[in-house]
Write a protein that binds this ligand. Structure first.
Ligand SMILES: [Zn+2]
Length: 323
């Protein structure tokens, strides 16, 4: 079978990988700065050049490649192959015909997918959700992305917009979210929300090693630093992950009732906290879900790390159902 290119279109970096979609192996990969400020035309030109380069530097020919999958960070129209709103890319890319432009520039069939749905597809096919028919993914980073696999199929919904688990509401009277709604999960448990809990604890003068670890420079507090404090036995730091895990657990409990997943995968940079974050999620779903066999739901950390998205979107390009 031909190999496929998986691309992660990020706000900072463009990454392209040649993927064996039968084994899930990344055979070769390259990364360049996105330089998003130059605008979408320039970025699409650079993407097409990157795809040609990655084929060449892998010692392959264009004929060896079956197609290209692009994971994009935002809202897409999969039917039209357009980007609608990419909040982290300058200009936000409204109605940019990304699919057809890349097909035209490279001569290779191209497919688009949201970046976290790409991660979901990768983890389901070759990572923590392998062999499981119904999966929910929460990717906890700067924001909270999500994705669903239902009955052995990546769930798309209208134009591929289904699965925004970070914008499920956990308090409809809560603080405003970047999406315009109030009380979304993302407001409570994203990386910046977790860092803010650490900043607040230090600013309030609570006894916590977070202050020493950041040398009392609040801007240096990150989820990773709070993890280090918690691993050193700091009760405040542990409590921050208890709270974040509780919030994610509430959203995960709602997903249990909605789709009956066998597996809930927690990914993104914040998932590095491991059981500090996962244990309160597990506890919360077991306490809060009574209408399905919640003891059969596994809550696990993602397995493929940075490669999940490029593997998943390469597989999407290779095996996507017709839309
Ligand atoms: Zn929101």
């Amino acid at each position: 079978m031909k190999k496929y290119i998986g691309c992660d279109l990020g706000g900072t970096n463009l990454r392209a990988a040649i993927v064996d979609v039968e084994s899930g192996d990344v055979l070769h990969h390259m990364s360049i700065p996105t330089q998003a400020r130059e605008g979408h035309e320039a970025v699409m030109g650079r993407m097409a050049d990157l795809f040609k380069q990655v084929i060449q530097s892998a010692g392959m020919q264009k004929d060896d490649i079956g197609g290209i999958g692009i994971g994009a960070p935002g809202v897409l129209d999969l039917e039209k192959g357009e980007t609608l709103f990419l909040p982290n890319l300058s200009g936000t890319w409204p109605h940019v015909p990304l699919r057809d432009t890349i097909t035209h520039l490279t001569g290779l069939p191209t497919a688009l997918l949201n970046d976290v749905r790409s991660i979901t597809n990768g983890e389901w096919r070759f990572g923590a959700g392998r062999g499981v028919d119904t999966v929910a993914v929460f990717a906890i980073g700067t924001g909270i992305g999500g994705g669903l696999v239902v009955n052995g199929q990546l769930h798309l919904g209208i134009g591929g917009t289904g699965g925004e688990l970070g914008h499920t509401m956990i308090d409809f009277n809560g603080p405003r979210c970047g999406c315009g709604n109030y009380g979304c999960l993302e407001v409570y448990a994203s990386g910046p929300a977790i860092a803010a809990m650490g900043m607040k604890a230090v600013a309030q003068g609570l006894t916590t090693s977070i202050g020493e670890l950041c040398e009392y420079d609040l801007n240096r507090i990150t989820p990773e630093l709070i993890t280090r404090a918690a691993e050193g036995g700091d009760e405040i730091a542990k409590d921050i992950y208890e709270q974040a895990g509780f919030y994610i657990g509430i959203a995960a409990a709602n997903m249990c009732s909605a789709i009956g997943p066998r597996c809930i995968i927690i990914g993104g940079g914040v998932a590095q906290a491991g059981d500090l974050l996962l244990d309160p999620i597990r506890r919360t779903i077991r306490e809060r879900v009574h209408v399905m066999p919640v003891e059969q739901v596994e809550v696990v950390q993602s397995q493929l790390g940075n490669n999940a998205g490029v593997i998943g979107v390469a597989c999407w390009a290779a095996f996507q159902p017709s839309i």
